[in-house]
Design a protein around this ligand. Structure first.
Ligand code: NAD
Length: 519
């Protein structure tokens, strides 16, 4: 019965609380299909950012446990790579059904550990679910190419083969979507996988792993290890790991990119951002304002595609009153409460950092239109809340502009022309996303051509492509050359092999030592 199963599943990935019942449960590693308690003495507390309650504890996986996970993945690989692609797809078909079944449970876990609203948490799961749906078509995605008669009686064809053991290292801000960007495509290509969830909110990844096992993923195909820098460095250094998918900050991403590349691994590294919107004077007013408020403050600004900077061509003054009004109307509360628009930020340190960057903006001459630093949320006085904040007259040299704030802070800048606005955006080191709001096709087309960002929105505030395209951040927002999901994602998780075959019944032409050429 479903209830008995739910209890069983709860007890697999988290060790039971000790008999005195005071300590929250400690998560387990997943090694070779078994949820195993870590021998490590050290743990990190997972805190509910709205209350500071300890939700669970994450062990720092030991070196031996890490190696056991890699060995499990390595041993599972030969059989799994030879499983029919249709069998691998069917597990994804089942997984997408199970994720839908448990959508609400996953969302509650995300809201509890990460802080975002329940509706936004469902979006987090849903955007990952779409990658699982995409993986269900792997037979087509992984198809090779064939050219008949490249020379007389000779054909050439290419095959996309899995790499072996791959690994994924996740950030805190999308606890379900980002693990789902990684392991479903990797394993459906025939790889085995080591996942390292964010130590700040690993619960959703654990639930997804349980669902993957329930869907029929064989033991050892997906493994989970926990921790921070040490386990990440182990992943970078391990000779048996062939590829690493990383999403997170530039500091960690560039470290992982160079350390793993030095060991000959391929790495795709999605990193930080500063996403701009250019607002033309002819933009549709209500649509542009709604988009700025939603994309600036949604998820408390903790999205790598959040619109954190608005460049107003012709100046921001005519827009400011309405913008303030809409931002003030947003309800800041715990994500679990009905009607909440934005929840807390992930940690006390994150809040302190956001407040420090707001202060530095003010000290360097920005005009405060709305200040959310002192917000107190009744019933959640310990929560890491920052209310919507708007700074105007921001310039490119300010620290609040140069740094990714990753909080509910919208910066307003000005430009005299579209050309100047594009120049501002292109001078920024990041290149994740950029949008333009305009009713002019001419302006939109110029923007699309001239803007140096990997994901472009035209009257669309958060232009994150669906999985049949790829997530194409660029400049300092990405390192590597094969992006996440879509065609590039499949290329990332496969090695191309090109076969040339000759079957002809004509007699031998004799020995020739010259380089073969097509005839
Ligand atoms: P983070 O870099 O602090 O952590 C990400 C992962 O790296 C975690 O698993 C963490 O344990 C590990 N890590 C952190 N520091 C490390 C170090 N010095 N050495 C080795 N491993 C380390 O990132 P975060 O705070 O969890 O996530 C927020 C960041 O992620 C933001 O910069 C955001 O823009 C970025 N992000 C980017 C995308 C994208 O697709 N471009 C998507 C989501 C988040």
């Amino acid at each position: 019965p479903a209830a008995a199963f739910a209890i069983h599943r709860l007890s697999t990935s988290a060790a039971a609380s000790p008999s005195h019942g005071t300590l929250p449960s400690r998560l387990r590693n997943l090694i070779g299909g078994e949820f195993l308690e870590s021998q490590s003495e050290a743990s990190i507390d997972v805190l509910n950012p709205a209350t500071q309650e300890v939700v669970s504890r994450v062990p720092l996986t030991t070196n031996e446990e890490f190696k056991a996970a890699v060995n499990a993945a390595k041993s599972a690989f030969p059989k799994w790579r030879n499983a029919p692609v249709t069998a691998r797809q069917r597990i994804m078909l089942k997984l997408q059904e199970l994720i839908r079944r448990d959508m609400d449970k996953l969302a509650v876990n995300i809201t509890t550990e990460q802080g975002k609203t329940l509706k936004d948490a469902q979006g987090d799961v849903f955007r990952g679910l779409e990658v699982v749906e995409h993986a269900c078509g792997m037979a087509t995605l992984q198809m090779g190419e064939f050219v008949s008669n490249v020379s007389t009686g000779i054909d050439t064809y290419s095959i996309r083969e899995p790499l072996g053991v791959c690994a994924g290292i996740c950030p805190f801000n999308f606890p379900a979507m980002i693990p789902l960007w990684m392991f479903p495509l990797a394993v459906t290509c025939g790889n085995t996988f080591i996942l390292k969830p964010s130590e700040k909110d690993p619960g959703a990844a654990m639930m997804l792993a349980e669902l993957a096992l329930e869907a029929g993923l064989p033991d050892g195909v997906l493994n989970i290890v926990h921790g921070t820098n040490d386990v990440v460095n182990n992943i970078c250094d391990d000779e048996d790991i062939k590829a690493i998918s990383f999403v997170g900050s530039n500091t960690a991403g560039m470290h992982i990119y160079s350390r793993a590349a030095a060991k000959g691994k391929r790495v795709q590294s999605n990193m930080g951002a500063k996403n701009h919107a250019i607002i033309m004077p002819d933009a549709s007013v209500d649509a542009a304002l709604d988009a700025l408020v939603a994309a600036g403050f949604g998820a408390a600004g903790q999205r790598c595609m959040a619109l954190s900077t608005a460049v107003f061509v012709g100046g921001s003054k005519p827009w400011e009153d309405e913008l303030i009004k809409r931002a003030q109307a947003l309800k800041v509360n715990a994500g679990i409460e009905p009607g909440t628009d934005l929840g807390p930020v992930i940690s006390r340190q994150a809040k302190d950092r956001i407040c420090r960057l707001i202060q530095s903006g003010i000290e360097s001459g920005a005009r405060v239109l709305l200040d959310g630093r002192d917000i107190v949320v009744p019933g959640y006085v310990d929560g890491n809340f920052v209310g919507p904040t708007i700074l105007a007259d921001v310039t490119s040299h300010m620290e609040c502009y140069k740094e990714e704030i990753f909080g509910p802070v919208l910066l307003l800048m000005q430009a005299e022309s579209l050309q100047e606005a594009i120049h501002i955006v292109n001078s920024n080191k990041y290149g994740n996303g950029a949008s333009v709001f305009t009713t002019s096709g001419v302006s939109a087309r110029k923007f699309q051509n001239d803007i140096e960002a990997g994901q472009v929105g035209i009257n669309v505030p958060i232009p994150v492509p669906l999985p049949f395209f790829s997530f194409t951040g660029s400049k300092a927002s990405f390192a590597g050359d094969l992006n996440f999901y879509g065609k590039a994602g499949v290329q990332f998780y496969t090695q191309i092999k090109t076969v040339t075959q000759q079957w002809k019944d004509s007699p031998s032409q004799g020995v020739s030592l010259a380089m073969p050429t097509s005839q």
